[in-house]
Ligand binder design. Structure first.
Ligand code: URP
Ligand code: ZN
Ligand code: ZN
Length: 484
């Protein structure tokens, strides 16, 4: 038979737009994309359904210790399973280097965990918290050659944060080796100073997390990170943008022609600081950094996603259980400072955006696909193998029912967290079946894949880096300090 799988009559979203097409798959790759294809060994009619590229979630923390040393609730099996049920076929979590860690060992350890357990394909970013000479000049080139071509750095969290000098070192190394730097922008001293004042006054409730993480801490650090990136003429991707002012700062830099890219996440569209203000410690379920803010910031993030200021929509899945092992190390007496920061969202990322973005008419289906899949592949060096439905690409897609309505409750999800911040929300539009390299991962509400079925994806040079190099060659960007 010509095809292992033929998916017929779906409304397929390709890079040319939406069209009713058949997809023919052989050996995990899309071989044909037209009407009237011959029968496949597996032949499925999906008339009336959307067929969208499998999502890429390029920001998720899996089987990782937080800055405060708390282990995430999900391992590579439960996180990848949950991602798949939400329409995602590729995850890009972090191999996280803690201070003093040997980078090569870190990468080896995370690679082992993912290889054994992931049900869908995966790549990695690094978290760099110890950018020593050895890390940057000896280990990093090997790691990048092995396909990890992006890394996250932090401007806050005592155990993760880099100072500006170290950030410049990291930008310089990224430039030399052709890697993308992702940065968590919050001013550590602002947060530390407000936190100390609040705690000394006995203000310990979770709602003070949002007070300590003031929007100015975010926008100041965003502006500073951009200044460092401009000084070095090195692209930068600002992760989990939450606040109105941060969106404005990013937009202003882009208008000046700086190669600044940005990401946001469901918590900044669908939650506000009011959600943290719940009785007792319940609000801990909504504490992440930066925190959800106000309706004006939600609006700015929506606009940023729609007008291209923000190019990627990720989950920042950082799941901690609502007990002593996770959010509440001191039980009901846990202060906002002691709560693990981070929210689950790997399964609901795409359904929430589909429901509130596409269904409401705010965004086109093509914008949805770009924000949840294609732009991630471009940004991190996986395009066009991943993130698109085209001949020659991996057969990664999800069949969506745009009319299916469900009320979210944690019991219907497939993570190991025990709650969801989106409990009770009505969501219209869900993936019914999910295929990764032509394998059914989710079908008829069941998981069809096994632990270890996912494949490691070595990333190439991120496209914005290539683009920036071209711009430099053409003299559009002036290198001020160092030759690459
Ligand atoms: O609160 C968050 N976002 N926790 C996860 C770690 C990070 O900063 O992304
Ligand atoms: Zn972060
Ligand atoms: Zn994160």
């Amino acid at each position: 038979m010509e095809f292992d799988l033929t998916l017929r009559n779906g409304l397929v979203c390709t890079e040319e737009g939406l069209a009713q097409l058949d997809i023919g798959v052989k050996d995990g790759v899309i071989k044909a994309l037209q009407t009237g294809l011959s029968a496949g060994a597996k032949d499925v009619d999906v008339r009336g359904r959307y067929v969208l590229p499998g999502g890429i979630d390029s920001h998720c923390h899996i089987e990782q210790l937080s800055g405060m040393g708390v282990m995430t609730a999900d391992d590579f099996y439960t996180a990848s399973r949950s991602a798949a049920f939400g329409g995602t076929t590729t995850i890009i979590p972090f191999a996280a280097q803690r201070q003093g860690d040997d980078l090569l060992e870190v990468v080896r350890d995370y690679a082992h965990l993912a290889r054994e357990k992931s049900v869908i394909d995966y790549a990695f970013h690094l978290i760099l918290s110890d950018p020593s000479e050895k890390t940057l000049t000896e280990h990093l080139p090997d790691v990048i050659a092995g396909g990890i071509t992006s890394f996250k750095v932090y401007m806050t969290y005592e155990s993760w944060k880099l100072d500006d000098f170290q950030l410049l070192d990291v930008l310089h190394a990224a430039d030399r080796y052709g890697a993308m730097v992702m940065v968590h922008c919050e001013n550590n001293d602002i947060i530390r100073w407000i936190t100390r004042r609040l705690l000394s006054e006995g203000r310990v409730h979770p709602k003070y997390h949002a007070v300590a993480h003031d929007p100015l801490a975010e926008s100041e650090a965003t502006n500073r990170a951009i200044a460092l990136s401009r000084l070095m003429s090195v692209p930068l991707l600002i992760v989990h943008v939450a606040g109105l002012e941060a969106v404005r700062v990013i937009h202003a830099a882009q208008v000046m022609g700086a190669p600044i890219y940005a990401e946001s996440c469901p918590q900044y569209l669908f939650l506000t600081a009011d959600d943290i203000d719940k009785p007792g410690v319940e609000g801990a379920k909504f504490c992440c950094s930066p925190p959800p803010r106000d309706p004006q910031s939600q609006q700015a993030v929506w606009e940023g996603l729609l007008n291209g200021t923000l190019q990627v929509f990720s989950s920042d899945h950082a799941p901690y259980r609502f007990d002593e092992t996770g959010k509440l190390p001191r039980g009901d007496a846990t202060t906002f400072k002691q709560m693990a920061n981070g929210l689950p969202g790997i399964e609901l990322r795409m359904p929430l955006l589909f429901s509130e973005g596409v269904r409401t008419g705010r965004m086109s289906i093509e914008q949805f696909v770009n924000l949840t899949a294609t732009n991630h592949a471009v940004m991190y060096g996986l395009y066009p193998r991943k993130g698109v439905i085209r001949v020659g690409s991996d057969a990664d897609f999800a069949v969506w029912d745009p009319e299916l309505s469900k009320t979210v409750c944690w019991d219907m999800l497939h993570d190991n967290v025990g709650y969801t911040p989106y409990e009770g929300r009505e969501v219209i539009g869900w993936p019914l079946a999910v295929f990764n390299r032509g394998r059914a991962v989710v079908e008829h509400g069941e998981l069809r894949a096994r632990a270890g079925d996912g494949q490691y994806l070595p990333c190439g040079e991120p496209a914005p880096i290539t683009r920036n190099k071209k711009a430099i060659r053409q003299g559009l960007v002036v290198k001020k300090l160092f030759a690459a």
